[in-house]
Design a protein around this ligand. Sequence first.
Ligand code: KG4
Ligand code: ZN
Length: 346
Amino acid sequence: MLILGIETSCDETSAALVADGKLIMSNVIAGQLDLLEKYGGVVPEIAARRHTELIGYVIKEAVESAGKTLADVDGVAVTSTQGLIGCLLVGVAAAKSLSYSLRVPLIGLHHIEGHIFANLLSNPQIPMPHVCLTVSGGHTMLIYVHDYCSYDLLGSTLDDAAGEAFDKIAKFLGLGFPGGPAIDKLSTKGNKEAFRFPRPLLKSGTLDFSFSGLKTAVINAFKDKVANNEVLPLEDISASFQEAVVDVLVTKALNAALLRRVPAISVTGGVSANRRLRDVFRYRCQQKGIEVFFPGLSLCTDNAAMIAAAGYARLERGEAADLNLNVFPNVPFEVQHGNPSGKNKS
Ligand code: KG4
Ligand code: ZN
């Protein structure tokens, strides 16, 4: 069964063909780096217009580079929930037209469910149940994955997402956008012990996160250096900030895995590309006898292959949308899937 996935929830225009929910035949991703650099971040209306310009070409490229034609497509999966409204609309409109004209089923997906499937695509051996840490520009969530398409939310951020903190600190330090890769790179040259930044909610006893206090602490440390006319050790600030985020993410994910007695952790979303996060996860999970899995680098950030894989799983369960499918820019994951009262339950 060949699923065409479409993802346009933020700044990546992506289309992919995935066979039987497992085999990636193509995964075309067109970013908007020129716009991000020009405006210092995503401007929703401009991002949506760019999607409109690109979507047709990206779908064509995804089909052709897989050596297929549209007639081979058995279903169309699209991100319809969570993202920028104008951006989501472009993907959903394209998906509906294709579903209608090809007479194949349509399925709308929550963006976060796509990220969960990104890691299952890379590592189909991840055992069920497991704990999934989704860390992206918009989300930081710990999810108990009972099985394919069955979830409980364990914890989430009370303010900024982890990737958002990376982006904001990088912007403040003048490192450009997106900030995660820039801080990841600069940190390799820095001393991670140079500043002892706070680890918010580390000992709170909950599985929730908070990154806005950490962000303020980093900005204050920077301003102190400037006020004292001291040399600005950007590498050290980056490395120490990154270490604080990594410490919190790894500790909370491990706490969740131990609490729920699962043998494995799946880490996914844009921040899961971070090298220090991967190293610390591997080391600390090995100590506790827990397996940890990461997606291949091209599947960490937003892409349509993960949407096609999630769409396949949902279609297999007999779920499909009709042409009334709408977009929902802000429906929390736990409202659409799983049990909101599961949060913080041991
Ligand atoms: O999953 P994603 O593409 O988009 C959302 O769904 O939000 O994640 C983008 C986020 C950005 O905040 C970016 O700075 C962060 O992922 N990111 C990283 C790295 N690569 C991307 N953060 C830390 N280290 C990285 N290497
Ligand atoms: Zn994402």
